[in-house]
Every structure is written in C-alpha cells, then in structure tokens.
Write a protein that binds this ligand. Sequence first.
Ligand SMILES: NC(=O)c1ccc[n+]([C@@H]2O[C@H](COP(=O)([O-])OP(=O)(O)OC[C@H]3O[C@@H](n4cnc5c(N)ncnc54)[C@H](O)[C@@H]3O)[C@@H](O)[C@H]2O)c1
Length: 357
Amino acid sequence: MKKIRVNLGKDSYDVWIGPGLLQLTGRLLKEKGFEGKLVIVTDPVVKGLHGETLSKALAKDGFKVTTLVVPAGEDQKSLDNAIRLYEQLTDAYAERSTLVLALGGGVVGDLSGFVAATYLRGVPFVQLPTTLLAQVDSSVGGKVAVDHGRLKNKIGAFHQPKLVIADTDTLKTLPKPELANGLAEAIKTALVRGKEFFLYLEQNVEKLKALDIAALEEAVFQCVRIKAEIVEKDERDAGLRNILNFGHTIGHAIESVSHFGVRHGEAVAVGMVAAARISNRMGLLSYNDVDRLISLIEKAGLPARMPELDTAEILEAMRHDKKVDRAQMRFALLKEIGDAVISDEVSLDFVREVLEA
Ligand SMILES: NC(=O)c1ccc[n+]([C@@H]2O[C@H](COP(=O)([O-])OP(=O)(O)OC[C@H]3O[C@@H](n4cnc5c(N)ncnc54)[C@H](O)[C@@H]3O)[C@@H](O)[C@H]2O)c1
C-alpha cells in the first residue's frame, strides 16, 4: 500500500493506492474526522461490482450511507444529471458537511465532483476511482466538470477532494478497452515528466496488460506522484499543467471527428505520436525517442497510425476546440522522453503535414 500527499496548502490531501483499500475506507474517513451521514455516487456497473464491498465496510464503521446511481457513460456527465443529483441530495437531507463519495471512473468522479463543488456552495468529496484512467489521472488534481453539447469539460470548477482512495483490486474487473484507455494516460504521464517511469512501462507493459496488481500499483503510484508535482506547481492550469494535455489536442479532434467511434485512449495514442513527430520536425525530439514512444504504444495494444479520417476536418475540430483563429496554436511538445514543454509556435500547416504523413 502506498500513500502520496498532494500539497496544496489548506486544500492538501492524501492519495492512498493499493489492494483492498475499499474495505478500509471507513477507517480512513474517520481518521480525517468524517462521521455519520454520507452519500455515495456511482454508476450501475460499478455498483454491481464493488458497491456492496464499500457500503458494507462503511456500515461496519458506523456510517449512514445513501447511494445515488447515475447511468454509465460519457453522455451522462451532464447538467441534467447534476440537477438530478442536487435534488436527490436535498431529498437525503444533505448538509454543508455531508460527504460525497465518488465511486467509479472519470465520469462519476467529474460529475460528482462538480455537484460537490456547487451544491450548497461546496460540500466535501472523496474520490474512489475504479478505472485505471481515473486512478492514474482524473481523480487527482481537483478538476471537475460536466459536458453540455459541444462544451466538453467546459462547465466546471476546481474542487480538490479531501482524500483519494485508489483500490487497485477494483481494476481486476476492468474490461480490456478501459485498461487501454488508462495505459494511454499512464504513457502520457511518463512522457511529460517521468523518464525513469517510461523505462518501467517499457519493461512492465505486459504485466500491466495482464492486470498484475503489483505492477498496476506501481504505475498508479508513479502517475499520481508526477501529477501531484505538476498540480502543486500550477493548480489552476495557468501554464505548466498544460503539459498534461500532451497528445490531447489532436486526440480530442480525432474523437470528435470520428463521432467518438475512436475511443479516448486510442485517439490520445495517435495524438501523442503526431505530437512527437511534430516535436521531432521542430528539432526538439530525437528520432530514437519517437521510435521508443511508438514501440511502447504498440506494445500497450494502442494504435500509432492515424485512423481513416479527413485531415481538414481534424484541423477544423482542433481550431474549434482551441478557439484558434491564428495560423499557430498552443501545443504540448517533447524535448525528450520525460520532458515536455509548451510551445506557441506550432503552425496548422505543420500539423497538416504530419497528419497527412
Ligand atoms: N478531471 C480530470 O482531470 C480528468 C482527466 C482525464 C479524464 N477525465 C474525464 O474522465 C472521463 C473518462 O473516465 P473513464 O475512462 O474512467 O470512463 P468512465 O467513467 O466512463 O468508465 C468507463 C466504463 O468503465 C466502467 N467501470 C468503471 N470502473 C469499473 C471497474 N472497476 N470494473 C468494470 N467496469 C468499470 C464504467 O461503468 C464505464 O462503463 C472523461 O469524461 C474525461 O473527460 C477527467
């Protein structure tokens, strides 16, 4: 079992990582001074697989639990569901001190975090991430949001959790495509600030794909450690934190142009390869590092080549996403594996050339 402190002044918190942690949730909450009433928000899939373990453990420690269920899926990260949750919290007599526990993937985490940030002008919340993506990335850092139409993640807040409890045992039930989504984010984290962690991934990717719990625990630990360091320096995403978008500018455009037919992890994988090639053409990243990146992505079972999509549409989607009306756009690039920088000098022509190649 591992623990990392995210140091953000009065909003600091611990992230616990390891197997069997759901059973210890009550004890960890009590240590933080929580008691009495709390509300779990989850989706039906996660409730069916892990809900009982959690509610039993909480009941044993004397908590009075209300469970609220939102349907699974990205399209459920909506204002409509946020409003439904506000009403259900009111029905459950939730108060300013009532703790919200988010049990699930990034969708449940982002949605419940947004509700916790806004209900009664803010109630405390704790993240219990159950996907690899949520454990390595979305549960840490305090960005919470809902989607609305084309406003993906654009209605949101910064609301840090009081605690993150990442039970690696929950990953045993994760379907393969969800595992690949998480691996893409883990590779991204290594690329931007984790040279040694990248080596670890190269050597252990097969174990991770086989859901080896010790390897997953180490990967989650390294990702959280790196993300915590970045968030501590730039909590509000004013500069450095942008490097965590590596591969996402092109990735989001691919997801959107494919009408989400290309999954998030796959789109980010292709986006990272494209961003690496752009970095290489700009004289920043060596050919050797580009090859290492492609090789790891392929070993992780993710695609490295562009899907059959119209380049002009992808560029248009990027322009739209970034609200760019200039010929240049802000981009996370790599100087070497483990060292990302933000550049304002990437031209759309350059991106077009790389995508077409
Ligand atoms: N806040 C942030 O900093 C941040 C960062 C990255 C991504 N995100 C957001 O995260 C979301 C994606 O999160 P996600 O990939 O976890 O998707 P998700 O929450 O939709 O979960 C994917 C699927 O896995 C199922 N699932 C969850 N845990 C499971 C388990 N242990 N076993 C079996 N099935 C399980 C869910 O029911 C769902 O069907 C996106 O909305 C994205 O915008 C947020």
